[in-house]
Design a protein around this ligand. Structure first.
Ligand code: ZN
Length: 477
C-alpha cells in the first residue's frame, strides 16, 4: 500500500460544522476524522453504544452520534491547552463527562453535574435534535469546563454570574468553531476580514433559533438563537426586567450574556487586527489568545456583584502578564463599547496598578469548594411562599480591582450590594417559573408555576449546612 492510499483510508465520519442551519440555508455535512472522546484533561463519553463510522447522513442516529462526538472532542481540544495543569471535571461529574443525546422532548439542552443532556422535538415537519448542532454541544460542554475551573459560579445567586456562565458557553462554541480551518476561511470570506460582523460563527444555534421562532418569534434573533455580533450595553441586571423580547436587554442570563459575549467577539476581532498576517492561521492564533485571557481571568477573578467588570479587569491583567499588555487597547475598547468597563474604570487599570495586582493573582488556582468566597444571605421565606427562612449563596463584597460597569448616563455604576443581587436573582427565578418548590416546603400562599414543561433550573431544598432552606441550582440550560 502506498502512503497516499493509506491517507485515503483514514476513517472519517460525516458531521455538520457549527450548526445544521435551516431551510434554505441548510449546511452540508462534511467528513471529519473519527473523533477521540477519552482524552485529557476533559474526557467525555456518550451514553449508549457507538455506531459504526459508516458515513451515515443527517436524520440518522449514527449521524447525530458522530456530530455530538466530534463537538465534544473539539471542545476538549479547545479548552484543554488553555486551562491550568491539574484541571478536571467537577468531582460530581466523575472521570468523564457523559452526553445523553436523546434526553426527551424539548427545544433545549442542559448541563448538570451528572452530564450534558440534549432534547429534541419535531417542528413544522423538521426533526430538531439539539445534539445535531455542534454549537449547542460546545455550549453545554463549555458550562462543564467553566464549572471545572470555577465551581463557585454554579450556585451563586447572581444574574450576572449566571450570565457569564452562558457567555462562556457561547464563547466555547465560537472558539471551537474557529479551530476548524474550513470555518475560519468561510468566516474571513463572509466578513471580509472584519470579525466583528455577523457571521456563521457569531450566530449561535441557527436551527434551534428557527424552531423556537415558529411559536415564539420574539424570543430569538431573526436568523439564529443569539448573535455575538451585537451592541448590547451593560446595565446593572438588578435594574432590568426578568425577561423580555430578544431585541431588548433583560436580566435573564442567556439574554444578559450577550453583553459579555459581544465584547468577547470584538476582542477576538481586535487581536486579529494586530496579527502580522490577516489569514486563517492568524485567526486561529487570535482565538487562542483571547480564550487564554478569559481562562486566566475566570480562574483569578473574585465572584462579586459587577462580576463582568472583574472578569474584564482580570483579562487586562492577564494580557499584561502574558503578552506585556500587547492587546490592552483591544480589550479596553471592547469592554468600554459594551459598558462592561466605564471609561474611568478602563483608564484606572494602568500598567503599574495591574502589575501590582498581578502579584496577588499569581496565587490563584482553579477549583476550590462550591461555596468558597460566596456570602450566605438569609431571607424571609414568606415572601416567596416557602415555610422557612431561605439561604442564598450571594456573590461576595470584596473586589480585587475597584472597578465597575458603565452608567449609561455617564461615569461608573455603583455595584449593588450582595443581598440585593441575591434577592433580585431569586425574584427573577420565581417570576420566570424556574424554581421547583417541593410540596412540603410550600406555605399556604405559595406561588406555584403550573407549567410542567418549564425547565426548573433551581430547587428549594433543606439547607445542607444548618437550619432552614436553601436555593440550589440543578442545571444550566
Ligand atoms: Zn447555557
Amino acid at each position: 500500500m502506498t502512503v497516499q492510499q493509506q491517507q485515503v483510508t483514514i476513517p472519517t465520519v460525516l458531521v455538520y460544522e457549527g450548526d445544521p442551519g435551516f431551510f434554505p440555508q441548510v449546511n452540508t455535512p462534511v467528513p471529519h476524522p473519527v473523533p477521540q472522546l477519552d482524552t485529557q484533561p476533559f474526557p467525555t463519553a456518550i451514553a449508549g453504544n457507538a455506531p459504526q463510522p459508516d458515513g451515515a447522513g443527517p436524520g440518522t442516529e449514527a449521524f447525530r452520534y458522530w456530530v455530538a462526538a466530534d463537538a465534544l472532542s473539539r471542545t476538549g481540544q479547545t479548552w484543554g491547552p488553555l486551562v491550568p495543569t491539574g484541571t478536571q471535571w467537577h468531582p460530581q461529574v466523575g472521570r468523564a463527562l457523559t452526553a445523553h443525546l436523546d434526553a426527551g422532548d424539548g427545544l433545549n439542552a442542559r448541563y448538570d453535574r451528572r452530564g450534558v443532556w440534549f432534547f429534541r422535538r419535531t417542528v413544522a415537519g423538521v426533526a430538531v435534535a439539539t445534539c445535531e448542532s455542534s454549537e449547542i454541544v460546545e455550549h453545554e460542554t463549555g458550562h462543564a469546563v467553566l464549572d471545572a475551573l470555577r465551581p463557585q459560579l454554579f450556585n451563586a445567586a447572581s444574574a450576572e454570574v449566571s450570565a457569564l456562565h452562558e457567555a462562556f458557553g457561547d464563547i466555547s462554541a465560537l472558539l471551537s468553531s474557529l479551530r476548524l480551518e474550513s470555518l475560519r476561511i468561510a468566516v474571513l470570506a463572509e466578513t471580509q476580514g472584519d470579525l466583528e460582523l455577523s457571521s456563521r460563527v457569531s450566530r449561535m444555534a441557527e436551527q434551534l433559533g428557527w424552531a423556537i421562532r415558529q411559536s415564539h418569534p420574539e424570543r430569538v434573533e431573526p436568523d439564529c438563537l443569539r448573535n455575538m455580533a451585537n451592541s448590547f450595553f451593560y446595565r446593572d441586571p438588578v435594574l432590568l426586567p426578568p425577561i423580555g423580547p430578544a431585541n431588548t436587554l433583560s436580566s435573564e442570563p442567556h439574554y444578559f450574556s450577550r453583553v459579555f459575549s459581544g465584547a468577547f467577539l470584538k476582542i477576538v476581532a481586535g487581536i486579529f487586527r494586530q496579527q502580522d498576517l490577516q489569514d486563517q492561521a492568524g485567526l486561529a492564533l487570535s482565538a487562542e489568545i483571547a480564550g487564554q485571557l478569559l481562562v486566566d481571568a475566570v480562574v483569578a477573578a473574585p465572584v462579586v456583584s459587577a462580576y463582568y467588570a472583574q472578569v474584564a479587569g482580570h483579562m487586562i491583567a492577564a494580557d499584561q502578564s502574558r503578552n506585556g499588555g500587547r492587546y490592552g487597547q483591544s480589550l479596553r475598547s471592547a469592554f468600554i463599547r459594551h459598558g462592561i468597563l466605564s471609561l474611568e474604570a478602563a483608564t484606572s487599570l494602568t500598567e503599574p496598578e495591574v502589575t501590582r495586582r498581578n502579584a496577588a493573582i499569581a496565587e490563584m488556582a482553579p477549583g476550590g469548594g462550591d461555596d468558597q468566597g460566596l456570602t450566605a444571605v438569609t431571607v424571609q421565606g414568606a415572601t416567596y411562599g416557602v415555610t422557612q427562612p431561605l439561604t442564598l449563596s450571594a456573590p461576595a463584597q470584596e473586589r480585587r480591582f475597584g472597578i465597575a460597569g458603565s452608567d449609561p448616563a455617564g461615569g461608573s455604576l455603583r455595584p449593588a450590594d450582595p443581598e440585593r443581587v441575591a434577592t433580585s436573582f431569586l425574584e427573577d427565578l420565581f417570576r420566570r417559573g424556574r424554581v421547583d418548590v417541593p410540596e412540603e416546603h410550600r406555605s399556604a400562599t405559595a406561588f406555584v408555576d403550573d407549567n410542567p414543561s418549564r425547565l426548573k433550573t433551581h430547587e428549594i431544598s433543606r439547607s445542607a449546612t444548618g437550619e432552614g432552606l436553601a436555593l440550589v441550582r440543578r442545571c444550566f440550560d
